[in-house]
Design a binder for this molecule. Structure first.
Ligand code: BG6
Ligand code: MG
Length: 211
């Protein structure tokens, strides 16, 4: 296995915006009297906004029209963006930043592969908008994880074969997407105990030992 590039998920891997997703969904759900908890939230990792809402609405006791669903998604995204607006460069840990720089110095190409349509906004808030060699995100894909499209597009931008890339993910759906696309995978955070992850790590820095 020759690794020439690494594709990083954003939320829950590069920064802790996974927690902000939870808080925004929770506020939206509470407001509408829909039961939602952290266990259900685990199923939303890596999944698009629309697919996330469908999972949340499994607990709703009424049917929502398309217009109502759109309104709920807009409400959640407004709440989420309010939380994002307080983010700064301090929201990327030194460990993540140092590791990224070390991987770059080793000659690896680095990309983002995120389902989020807020990817560029987040990267700019944390000062990493110009850091990566490629950004593949929720604005350029039609199928979200576990479909591998976002990673296939990232590898395409890096001009690398899928088999020469690592995908680093905190979502089971993201690991499934990596496997489906023929990428090597690294599970971290919530995906660090997922059996389908090829490598499992407990801290970001461990990526250095795998390349
Ligand atoms: C993923 C998150 O990165 O992006 C999901 O893990 C989220 O929880 C998805 O639903 C879409 O994000 P956004 O910012 O486009 O609503
Ligand atoms: Mg994630």
């Amino acid at each position: 296995m020759e690794i020439k590039g690494i594709i990083f998920d954003l939320d829950g891997v590069i920064c802790s915006t996974d927690e902000y997703h939870y808080q925004a969904w929770k506020k939206m759900a509470d407001h509408d009297g829909i039961y939602f908890d952290r266990k259900i939230n685990e199923r939303l990792r890596g999944v698009s906004r629309a697919a996330s809402l469908e999972i949340i609405l499994e607990k709703a006791d009424k049917q929502y029209s398309d217009e109502e669903k759109l309104a709920l998604m807009t409400k959640k995204n407004d709440l989420y963006k309010e939380l994002l607006s307080a983010m700064t460069e301090a929201d990327v840990s030194k460990e993540v930043l140092d590791t990224l720089k070390e991987l770059r110095a080793k000659g690896l190409k680095l990309a983002i592969g995120s389902s989020s349509q807020n990817t560029k906004l987040i990267l700019s808030r944390i000062g990493l908008l110009d850091f990566f060699d490629g950004i593949s995100d929720g604005t350029i894909i039609s199928q979200s994880k576990p479909n591998p499209e976002v990673f296939i597009k990232a590898a395409g931008i890096l001009q690398l074969k899928n088999e020469n890339c690592f995908v680093v993910e905190d979502a089971e759906a993201g690991i499934d997407a990596a496997v489906a696309g023929g990428f090597h995978s690294i599970g971290i955070g919530s995906a660090s105990s997922y059996e389908k992850a090829e490598h499992k790590i407990n801290s970001f820095r461990e990526i250095i030992n795998l390349v």
